[in-house]
Design a protein around this ligand. Structure first.
Ligand code: FES
Length: 639
């Protein structure tokens, strides 16, 4: 065969998924993406006009066609339209929609006052490092290495049943001799026994670290923790690499049903965690082999996929998971690049749709401590999860809110990361003001910005109670877009991607459905408990709103009830905080396992009045304006 007839094969690597594909020279980057199944929006179908398929080329050569939808500034920074760019050599590129998030503050220190926590804030992990000096063996005392170790250990701590991992026995003889008998052991205490999980020379100066990790469907966030002091040494987050197999848990369960795909999903989540371990250990200057304990929280499906367990029955009636309470698991069983003898714990689930992210979150509130005060815990994500009750009783349910408040399914939506508009105000003059995370050029709008925008449009009469634009008010400012009428938040010239930032009526309908699902689930919980909103003392809000949810605006759109605003408390990422508390002390693990066992789960699908409640909530703020007296007053004053 002639050399010039051999098609050159080119390797294209996509970050942050680290997915590679081999393609023929000359094909478009979009075709390469499509071969991998990775998500990339293409609203114009590859015509080069929508700008949705933008990627950032980090290395390699390529050939651009017209880039009309991309500014010169973006082109000079390496951005290119995937549909308008052909590959010429091996390429490494990043899908910008999925670039890593930066965490500024995931720890809300207000909740670290002991009296505000249900969980214990004590640094007493079930793991210890103990220095030992073994006696020298001799012909007179030829006691085995292990026996001499046990003897010295017994002098320092009271040991009941002592176990020793085989990996420790394998290296014990040489470690004892090479260290001149000055060794350190790492022991793990469980109710049944104490286990020696590592041994090394004191001269190595190794320490013991742990990780606390929130396994979100979209985002994974991890803290590296010093287990002696409890200090968080570094934190990192990234998109969950499983996103390429489906954006929500149901599509991932469906994806897992073909041979080999459950393993693939498991490998992707392990890969995401390993990537974060690499980042945090590099930042803190520690070795990942010194991580001996890991605490995870996540929804039931995420925990199943992480543990490589069959998730199918989570979504099939009667919705039964393999397990709710996860026994300790070994690292080697789940493919993490930390110490192979490390132990892994997971926050317990209540059922298929109320998972460990919720029980972990409860630890960060006072709900589980007080028998006299009723509280409502609301986690707004793709699934809305709610818990109502107090120390003595807890009622919980889950609703399908959709990803709108996480920026999903909204034309200009995005997660709460740098470049996201997180707050919006429309002045009476009609002038629009917004605040962008990190004061960057705006890339899109995150959940808190969307709540603000919806409320401001409603209160100023730009949209009616059905979420439709009122043309008498908005004739000048509403645009005709390919997806229907839209309100311009920022012009293309001022936005990061060089595209208009617009919210359409379709987006507004998504947001109204999401808030309606959450509010109606609240209503059902209250109905079943026999309580009114005025009998609820505190409302705890968790979820992906970023750090700036306006409670006032959340009430105005009918997402949250119209009660005294002082009763609301924003928690931030309480799932991660809960995982951290569980890492710090075994008491929290025992406590939350007992709580999860006692919670009563309410299946909304089996509630005859749920559909009525939901339909009633599909208005701004609600069909019954009287449920929202402060909004009614404001609305009447403005119209
Ligand atoms: S798909 Fe629209 S610009 Fe590429």
């Amino acid at each position: 065969m002639k050399a010039d007839r051999v098609k050159k094969t080119i390797k294209v690597t996509f970050l942050p998924f680290e997915t590679c594909v081999e393609v023929a020279s000359g094909i478009s980057i979009l075709e390469a993406v499509q071969k991998t199944g990775l998500p990339l929006r293409t609203s114009c179908g590859g015509k080069g006009t929508c700008g949705d398929c933008v990627v950032r080329i980090l290395s390699g050569t390529y050939r651009k066609k017209s880039s009309a939808a991309l500014s010169d500034r973006l082109v000079s920074q390496g951005y290119a339209l995937a549909c308008q760019t052909a590959v010429k050599s091996d390429l490494i590129l990043q899908l910008p929609q999925f670039q890593e998030l930066s965490i500024k503050s995931v720890v809300d220190t207000r909740f670290f006052q002991k009296d505000r926590l249900s969980g214990y804030y004590e640094v007493e992990p079930p793991l210890r490092k103990i220095d030992l000096e073994l006696s020298a063996p001799s012909l007179e005392d030829n006691t085995s290495d292990l026996k001499r170790l046990e003897r010295e250990l017994g002098k320092k701590i009271s040991v009941g049943h002592l176990h020793c991992e085989h990996s420790v026995l394998k290296k014990l003889a040489y470690t004892v001799r090479q260290s001149q008998r000055e060794i350190s052991v790492v022991i793990f205490d469980s109710k049944e026994h104490t286990t020696i999980i590592d041994v090394f020379s004191q001269a190595e100066e190794k320490e013991i670290y742990g990780i606390a990790c929130d396994l979100g469907t979209s985002t994974v966030v991890l803290h590296l923790v010093d287990l002696q002091s409890g200090e968080i040494l570094s934190s990192a987050s990234s998109f969950n690499q499983q996103i390429k197999c489906g954006e929500d848990i149901i599509s991932r369960i469906n994806y897992s049903q073909k041979p080999g795909r459950l393993q693939e999903l498991h490998d992707l989540i392990s890969g995401t965690i390993n990537h974060l371990v690499e980042k945090t250990t590099a930042t803190a200057g520690v070795s990942s082999s010194e991580i001996y304990y890991a605490s995870f929280s996540g929804n039931t499906t995420m925990i199943h996929l992480f543990l490589n367990l069959e998730p199918r029955f989570i979504r099939e009636e009667p919705y039964v998971p393999t397990l709710n309470q996860v026994p300790l698991v070994l690292t080697r069983d789940v493919g993490l690049n930390i110490n192979p003898e490390a132990r892994i714990t997971c926050a317990p689930a209540v059922g298929s749709y109320v998972g460990g992210d919720i029980t972990a979150g409860l630890l960060c509130t006072p709900i589980l401590r007080d028998p006299d005060r009723n509280s409502l815990f609301i986690d707004v994500g793709t699934n809305g999860e709610l818990v109502l009750g107090n120390k003595d009783w807890l009622l919980t349910c889950a609703c399908s809110a959709g990803p709108a408040f996480e920026g999903g399914g909204i034309k200009c939506g995005m997660p709460a990361s740098p470049g996201a508009i997180e707050g919006i105000k429309i002045h009476d003059s009609g002038q629009l003001e917004y605040k962008v995370i990190d004061d960057a050029k705006p890339k899109g709008i995150c959940g808190s910005g969307l709540v603000d925008l919806l409320a401001e449009l409603f209160i100023h009469g730009y949209i009616d109670r059905n979420g439709k634009f009122d043309e008498t008010v908005t004739k000048e400012i509403v645009l005709d877009t390919e997806e229907g009428k839209g309100f311009l938040v920022e012009k293309a010239q001022k936005s990061f991607w060089g595209k208009d930032l617009v919210i359409t009526e379709k987006d507004i309908a998504h947001l109204i459905r999401s808030k309606g699902a959450v509010y109606s689930a609240c209503a059902i919980l209250l109905k079943n408990s026999g309580l009114d909103y005025d009998k609820i003392d505190s409302f705890y809000i968790a979820g992906g709103f970023g750090q700036r949810l306006s409670i006032e605006n959340a009430v105005r759109i009918g997402l949250l009830p119209d009660v005294d605003r002082q009763k609301f408390h924003y928690l931030g990422n309480s799932s991660l905080l809960g995982a951290y508390l569980i890492l710090l002390t075994e008491k929290n693990r025992d406590f939350i396992n007992q709580v999860a066992d006692k919670m009563t789960y309410l299946e909304l699908n089996a509630e005859p009045s749920y559909m009525n409640e939901y339909t009633g909530a599909l208005f701004l703020p609600h069909t019954e304006m009287d449920f929202f007296p402060s909004v009614k007053k404001l609305f009447n004053a403005n119209t």
